[in-house]
Ligand binder design. Structure first.
Ligand code: PA5
Length: 447
């Protein structure tokens, strides 16, 4: 079996090898501290050996629950936000046929909610669900997140009105805390099937718990292969693998060296639009894990070649504070050859007979060379193909590297204290009970 591979050769000319060595030298101690649970955020290390330790009984339970939803529902709404949303969406969108959703071929179709507070979005979703048999996977670790709770209230009411209480009870599933939060209380009260998000796994590291696995199974994908990919990567990035051979360590050390040298922005790049939501998931993982204590690389993402026609200019010639990490998929799933055209009015006959992917690969190579020439350090991740197995490898690789990278940076990679600030203001502005003082203070400020 092949593995995803990391190549940092085109980043090395931009950094001090001594500085990178020193980060690599720190990996042994940092890995040990992760392994022994002595690092910052030590209460949230449950993700570290999750792939190799998921009980078969949990996988079976997830598959059985998914089978019920797949059998009963035309549509399943996955409600969640941030870490309770992006992982599942990343895996599903990478594997889905790009147009099957539009042609109505998917049964059940999966749609997402609870990740915004859009009145138009929710109204249009309600219209779409009208007359359809639909189920809901309500995902929230805290069980109190406003965006998700609000969407769930609207969807639960519609499901019960439209499909009946018994159908709703059978096809609403909660993924939440074992004991705390409104989602848990409601699941127990209503008798919904539920899964537990382990206390020691933070939202953005939870894709390999039922948070990610249940929606992926409902979408009809092979969660065992996904977990196997992650478990194999767990070994490849294990604490006993020397730093110079450990891709998570190499990625973490290289990006920290670049950051120390003034490269403050990392752009994650794909040349395959199916990976768009993998980028979104990655942005949250790195943004929430590292952006604190006035530190942290800003994680940005682009879809190429699409965004070469919007962001390409900036990347090529803008402020030289960026580096890029390109994810390259070696083999496409389908085969499509450029046809020859007798008249050749578009001048494209020089491409006739070539695979579309060959054109894409040359665009990728040309772009990487241009960017390196333009002063953008480049790291390259090669992924043999888009499949459950390799997405499992990729996501675990990023998780392990993120933990090491955050620790190298000197922050706690597993908390997100800053996320509370907007919530406090929103609750104060909305006059939530318990926020009376904050309400007064903020209305005074707005006068
Ligand atoms: O990574 C995180 O911790 C956050 O993104 C959360 O997942 C997100 O805020 C949703 O929280 P919850 O699952 O409690 O609804």
């Amino acid at each position: 079996m092949e593995n995803i591979r990391l190549n940092v050769e085109n980043a090395l000319p931009f950094l001090s090898e001594a500085a990178r060595e020193s980060y690599l030298n720190s990996v042994k101690a940092l890995s040990e501290s992760l392994e022994k649970g002595t690092c910052a955020g030590k209460d949230y290390l449950g993700w570290l050996h999750l792939p190799s330790s998921l009980p078969g009984s949990l996988i079976d339970d997830i598959k059985q629950t998914a089978a019920v939803l797949r059998n009963d529902c035309d549509v399943v709404v996955v409600a969640g936000i941030g870490g309770s949303y992006l992982g599942a969406r990343a895996v599903i969108e990478a594997l889905n046929n790009s147009f099957a959703g539009l042609s109505g071929e998917l049964k059940p179709a999966l749609v997402f909610a609870g990740h915004n507070i859009g009145e138009d979005y929710l109204s249009e979703l309600k219209d779409f669900l009208k007359g359809k048999k639909f189920g809901i996977i309500n995902i929230s670790k805290s069980g109190t997140t406003t965006e998700t709770a609000l969407a769930f209230r609207i969807l639960k009411t519609l499901c019960e009105e439209q499909c009946g209480k018994d159908f709703a009870r059978r096809n609403i599933v909660a993924v939440t805390d074992a004991v705390k939060g409104a989602a848990r209380v409601m699941a127990d009260d209503e008798g919904y099937k539920s899964f537990v998000i382990p206390d020691n796994v933070g939202g953005r590291f939870s894709v390999l718990t039922p948070v990610g696995l249940l929606p992926v199974a409902v979408a009809g994908y092979d969660i065992e292969s996904f977990v196997k990919g992650a478990a194999d990567m767990e070994k490849i990035c294990g604490h006993d693998v020397p730093a110079e051979e450990n891709p998570a360590a190499i990625y973490a050390a290289t990006r920290n060296t670049l950051y120390a040298a003034g490269k403050k922005i990392e752009i994650l790049v794909n040349f395959n639009p199916k990976l768009h939501y993998v980028m979104e998931w990655w942005k949250q993982l790195y943004g929430e894990s590292e952006g604190k204590d006035n530190k942290g690389i800003f994680p940005a993402a682009v879809d190429f070649t699409t965004d070469l026609h919007s962001m390409g200019q900036w990347i090529q010639q803008g402020e030289r504070t960026i580096f890029e990490t390109v994810i390259s998929v070696e083999r496409s799933k389908h085969s499509l050859i450029v046809p020859s055209d007798e008249e050749n009015l578009d001048g494209l006959n020089y491409l006739a007979g070539k695979h579309v992917d060959e054109v894409n690969k040359m665009a990728e190579l040309g772009t990487r060379i241009a960017h390196v020439d333009g002063g953008v350090p480049n790291m390259h991740i090669s992924m043999p193909e888009i499949s459950e197995y390799y997405i499992g490898q990729l996501l675990y690789f990023f998780e392990k590297a993120c933990a090491l990278s955050g620790l190298m940076l000197g922050v706690n990679p597993f908390n997100q204290p800053g996320v509370e600030n907007y919530k406090r203001n929103m609750f104060a502005l909305l006059n939530k009970p318990g926020y009376e003082k904050e309400h007064e203070a903020i209305t005074e400020r707005l006068k």
